[in-house]
Design a protein around this ligand. Sequence first.
Ligand code: BGC
Length: 311
Amino acid sequence: MPRSSSSVTLGSGINLGNALDALDGHEHALQLRRRYFDEIKAAGFDTVRLPVAWSAHAEQTAPYAIGQDFFQRVDRAVDEALARDLNVVLNMHHYHELNHTPDEQTERFLALWRQIATRYAAHPDLLHFELLNEPRAAMTAQRWNTLLPHALAAVRESNPERTVLIGAAEMNDIHALAKLELPDDDHLVATVHYYAPFEFTHQGASWVEGAASWLGTTWGGEADRKAVDDDLGVAAAWADAHGVPLFIGEFGAYEQADMDSRARWTACVREKAELLGIGWAYWEFGTDFSAYARETDTWREPLRQALIPTM
Ligand code: BGC
């Protein structure tokens, strides 16, 4: 029997992406409105993942203070979600994109986590922390395995039992789970991102070299579906073997793919995740992979239906 998504850790989620994680000059940055939290709740989601580019709003030198105005913006988003009984996954996004690998700035990275963890220490259990979005490049699995216990320890100083998500290296790739070494801690969730086949999900994406040549790639054949089964099967087997819940923190297909294929792929990944007891969060709410159209203030029905099916 398929488990209902809400009985699974973090259940059904959506990323409020390109909002608090938007870097300067982002053309389509999302301004978070109260209405969006209402819409997410009313649609039946359990969770919002809130990507935050803390490092773009913090000092470069000790004490590495995070700006109070920015902190208050994050507070408001966290509180809007919690007020609606939504789980929140608050992460550390875009650290690498600001040209630094976190373990080349260990002291700063840990100082950011100490400030975040202290600020939210009294918040309800619905709030979750995710140590780092998509470790990549110089941050090999080995380097990430060395840094992550220190980051977890920094959080644990003020939040001994809060659930913390930890992703695999190689941009949270499922196949990097095998290299992930989780510390001994009873309140962890492992997380992966799923964008395969990349030529389909990222066709036309301006930030991916060569992506223009993938335009027109469709999705939905038998082999396509089997690949999803196989990939998520690998992830679920790893999670079972390690006795840790698993969360697909991002999956989605870019706006330039055709809508029928996007909806088929999204439904297939979501259904398979639920069958395997894996929680998930769609990337993303209202910008370039958007399930919600800001211009009309309505859900894109095929995607909403793929995520939270209604009769
Ligand atoms: C990045 C986004 C990107 C998405 C899909 C996220 O982790 O922050 O900028 O659109 O992945 O590639």
